[in-house]
Design a binder for this molecule. Structure first.
Ligand code: MBD
Ligand code: FE
Length: 280
């Protein structure tokens, strides 16, 4: 029903906003005033140039004003920014790396998931829907040394496309885990296949998508943060071959290096993916 959809958009938006406020990333006071003047000035100039270039009408200006107000009311600033801007921020800030490619974090990471040694089974419901998936591989330094003291922090949507803590009715750490690599730097995690993710359609972002005639989908993905002492933390997402949205992700966060190679056998999927971390 539309009530259920409304509850979902409100839940995930408010949840993502509260999650960001708690995250310790809200240090805007630390940005150098010269950079604020440069960046805010550039953004304002770009918007004014656009008004002149496209001859923006008062109806369009008021539609923009109304929509921007609703983005905040719906709690969707984290969603909006992570979908339409974070990919460039990620690109600019990881271009020096020699190790594995990463991609955006998105709005639904929560630190502090339960820790397990490898091989591990992610917290899930007894009747968790979806095809079982074994996600395994090795974590190494750029010189090839296996990293035995690394952690693979994995989080993903369930087979209905919902993230725990951002949709009602799911345990706090459902499909969220931190797995320590073994003596050979290897990890193995038993989980289930995530579903493709659709941006909530009834919030401000969904209304923009509908008004522009775009689609609201991200391809199915696993999120990871791979951490090891004295190494840069790698934030990545891994995608499944054949997904209809690998080529037109609304969040522009797919890279060819992030496509998994998945083997299927007796109704179970398995995949191997190695991570290479840059030294700090
Ligand atoms: C997601 O699951 C996600 O990963 C991003 C980047 C944006 C919205 C939902
Ligand atoms: Fe996601």
């Amino acid at each position: 029903t539309s009530d259920e959809l409304a509850a979902r958009a409100a839940d995930s938006g408010a949840g993502a906003t509260a999650n960001f406020r708690q995250s310790g990333k809200t240090g805007s006071a630390q940005v150098d005033p010269e950079r604020v003047a440069l960046l805010a000035g550039s953004l304002i100039k770009a918007a004014n140039d656009l008004v002149r270039e496209h001859g923006v009408s008062y109806d369009e200006y008021n539609a923009l004003k109304s929509w921007l107000i609703s983005v905040g009311e719906d709690g969707e600033w984290p969603l909006f920014l992570d979908v339409w801007l974070e990919h460039s921020v990620e690109e600019v800030n990881t271009s020096h790396r020699k190790g594995s490619k990463g991609t955006i974090e998105g709005p639904y990471y929560v630190p502090g998931a339960p820790e397990q040694d490898s091989p591990a089974t992610i917290p899930m419901r007894e009747d968790e829907p979806g095809t079982p998936l074994v996600f395994a591989g090795q974590v190494r330094d750029v010189d090839g040394t296996p990293l035995s003291n690394a952690v693979v922090d994995l989080w993903h949507a369930d087979a209905n496309g919902f993230y725990s803590q951002f949709a009602p009715g799911l345990d706090q750490w459902n499909l969220r885990v931190r797995v320590r690599t073994d003596a050979d730097g290897r990890y193995e995690i038993n989980t289930v296949q995530p579903a493709p993710y659709q941006i909530p359609t009834d919030g401000a972002c969904g209304k923009l998508i509908a008004a522009a005639g775009w689609h609201a989908w991200r391809p199915a993905h696993l999120h990871v943060k791979v951490e090891a002492p004295d190494h840069e933390t790698l934030t990545a997402q891994l995608y499944f071959p054949g997904d209809a949205h690998n080529d037109d992700d609304i969040a522009s966060a797919v890279k060819p290096e992030l496509l998994l190679d998945v083997a299927e056998s007796e109704g179970k999927n398995s995949t191997e993916y190695d991570f290479v971390l840059d030294p700090v």
